[in-house]
Design a protein around this ligand. Structure first.
Ligand code: ZN
Length: 370
């Protein structure tokens, strides 16, 4: 089935400067300067393979506009916003923990959040059924008063509060398949019964001591936060099983008006910042499940906002598989790594993975019913 699928990208996203590092550790007297893991190439190459594969021209081009201070202040504190602006006007700085940026990154972060907002607006207006905002810097680690893990502003949090303020949307579900815990989204909405947050991540990875299965929301928001901390080494059946046994029943019970995916491809088998084994085939299957849920629950409204993903070689093919499913278009390029990565050992569901999914499945039965 062919759908109206939006795609959003902006060259300025690629100009966000994370400086010199070894993976994420800043260079200095202990560390030889090298390329920061969160650099432009993993994103640019995803867009490029889509162009070469002939899919980009078939998608609805959605353009980003920078968010306003009013938009940002629905989620972040005034002090935090002022600090980012001031550092960005100079030579840059760090938004908090492991979030280096250079001159001008305030404007770029506003355009990144604005990209997620624009795609949500397009879905609500019916310009697109679903869509992918390939934004940078990412957002899911950013908390109201501190940036973390390469994230300056909560792109998805800002887009949700914008949709509520401007379009009267109330119930939203976020499914975060980035390999790291979506701590920022969790904290912003922890007491909110109308925002279901599901984060599937590597157990106790980043941030440290975050994303535990017993953290299910507080006050009115009790039950509307589900963490699925999968053990390192989880592959296709653990991830697809989580979607079938946790994500699908939780969303069916919650009945969101809009589904947003925090789409990091750092759960991939080749990622340097994760220890999971997700392949493009598994991302494709998870996208199919989400499309079925969107068809059933939200009139097809399904938005993806880019987060992590640090294998410049493999992210493009994971992204291409997702875009093929979202749009219903088969591109001219098949994942060249598929035979090796899908044929590898470790994709079956192991007992220690099943144990976590079973616990999370019980939480899915307790989310606030819509
Ligand atoms: Zn990540």
């Amino acid at each position: 089935m062919s759908r109206k699928t939006g795609f959003l990208f902006h060259e300025l996203y690629m100009w966000h400067d994370t400086g010199q590092a070894a993976l994420w550790y800043p260079s200095g007297l202990k560390v030889q300067p090298g390329e920061h893991a969160e650099n432009a190439e993993t994103k640019r190459r995803m867009r490029n393979v889509m162009e070469v594969a002939g899919i980009l021209d078939e998608l609805v081009d959605v353009r980003a506009k920078p968010v306003s201070e009013e938009d940002i202040l629905r989620v972040h504190t005034a002090d935090y916003l002022a600090g980012i602006k001031e550092m960005s006007a100079g030579r840059g700085g760090d938004a908090g923990e492991a979030t280096p940026f250079g001159h001008g990154s305030y404007e770029i972060a506003c355009l990144s959040a604005g990209g997620t907002v624009a795609m949500v607006d397009a879905a609500i207006a019916g310009t697109v059924d679903n869509g992918y905002a390939l934004v940078r810097p990412p957002g899911h680690h950013a908390e109201p008063d501190i940036g973390k893990g390469f994230c300056i502003f909560s792109n998805i949090g800002i887009a949700i509060q914008h949709a509520r303020a401007k379009h009267g949307i109330k119930r939203v579900a976020v499914v975060d398949w980035d390999v790291h815990h979506g701590n920022g989204t969790e904290r912003i909405f922890y007491e909110d019964p109308d925002m279901l947050s599901i984060s599937i991540h590597q157990d106790n990875w980043f941030p440290v001591d975050s994303g535990h299965i017993h953290q299910t929301g507080e006050g009115a928001g009790k039950g509307a936060n589900i963490n699925v901390p999968l053990p390192p080494g989880s592959g296709r059946n653990a991830y697809v099983g989580t979607f079938e046994r946790v994500v699908a029943p939780a969303l069916r019970r919650f009945k969101p008006e809009l589904i947003i995916i925090a789409s990091g491809f750092d759960g991939s088998i080749y990622d340097p910042l994760g220890r999971m084994m997700v392949t493009s085939t598994a991302y494709r299957r998870m996208t199919q499940i989400l499309l079925e849920l969107a068809d059933e629950l939200t009139g097809d409204k399904l938005i993806m906002s880019h987060e992590g993903g640090y294998s410049a070689a493999y992210v493009p093919y994971c992204g291409l598989a997702v875009m093929e499913e979202l749009s219903g278009i088969t591109s001219s390029i098949a994942d060249p790594f598929a035979e090796i990565v899908d044929g590898s050992g470790g994709h079956q569901l192991y007992a220690h993975q099943d144990d976590i999914i079973t616990k999370a499945a019980a939480l899915a039965e307790a989310v606030p019913a819509g």
